[in-house]
Design a protein around this ligand. Structure first.
Ligand SMILES: [Zn+2]
Length: 57
């Protein structure tokens, strides 16, 4: 499984995500970013940061 802690990118956020694949994490993070961080779109640079912070668990 893959795991991502939003706090690794947005220090004030305590949300974590677990999914079978990186792309599933990115899909979930995009929804979270839109609903909880007010980002209509996730910028490419942020996607790179998220990918870099995803851990295999
Ligand atoms: Zn967050």
């Amino acid at each position: 499984m893959k795991q991502f802690a939003c706090g690794d990118v947005v220090p004030s956020c305590g949300r974590t995500f677990t999914a079978p694949a990186d792309d599933d994490i990115l899909t979930a993070v995009a929804g979270h970013a839109r609903e909880d961080h007010g980002l209509a779109e996730v910028p490419a640079g942020l996607v790179d940061q998220v990918r870099a912070a995803i851990r295999t668990v």
